[in-house]
Design a protein around this ligand. Structure first.
Ligand code: TYD
Length: 133
């Protein structure tokens, strides 16, 4: 597919523990639904320390990793797969920048997130990560 082409793809999204603790899971899933994305899989699960280290392999050596590990393993998460035109980019746009304080107005992280760690949602950033996650 050439650059800029629009095509149907799937993306992996994880609602992190704060989304469930704060009872805003429905609000977040509703944003993906209202955008027109199709939910193709959804599962409530726990992230173990091992799974956290695999998922965040690119971050395990960072000074903030212990805080990130404590956060992502502290309660259940909702893992889901969404399908739609350019779904990876569309979902990343809906989610917003990593740091909730800097995320653009109207994004999930701007509207509900607290900071860089407690930012509610993970969304794949490429077809390769969507497939492996
Ligand atoms: P990253 O993959 O860089 O961002 P994104 O989730 O927007 O794709 O980082 C993964 C997670 O790591 C991020 O959602 C929250 C956490 N994180 C921190 O806690 N502190 C930081 O300084 C960074 C860069 C990330």
């Amino acid at each position: 597919m050439s650059d800029g082409a629009r095509h149907i793809e799937r993306t992996f999204v994880m609602l992190k523990p704060d989304a469930l603790e704060r009872s805003i899971m429905g609000e977040i899933l509703g944003r993906f639904e209202r955008k027109g994305l199709k939910l193709v899989r959804l599962e409530l699960r726990r992230v173990t320390k091992d799974l956290a280290a695999t998922h965040y392999a690119h971050l395990v050596d960072k000074p903030f990793y212990p805080e990130l590990e404590a956060y992502i393993t502290r309660g259940p998460v909702v893992a889901c797969v969404w399908e739609g035109i350019d779904a990876i980019r569309v979902v990343r746009n809906l989610v917003g920048a990593t740091d909730s304080i800097l995320a653009a107005a109207g994004t999930i992280r701007c509207d509900f997130g607290v900071d860089k760690t407690e930012n509610l949602v993970h969304a794949s950033d490429s077809p390769e990560s969507a497939a492996s996650e």
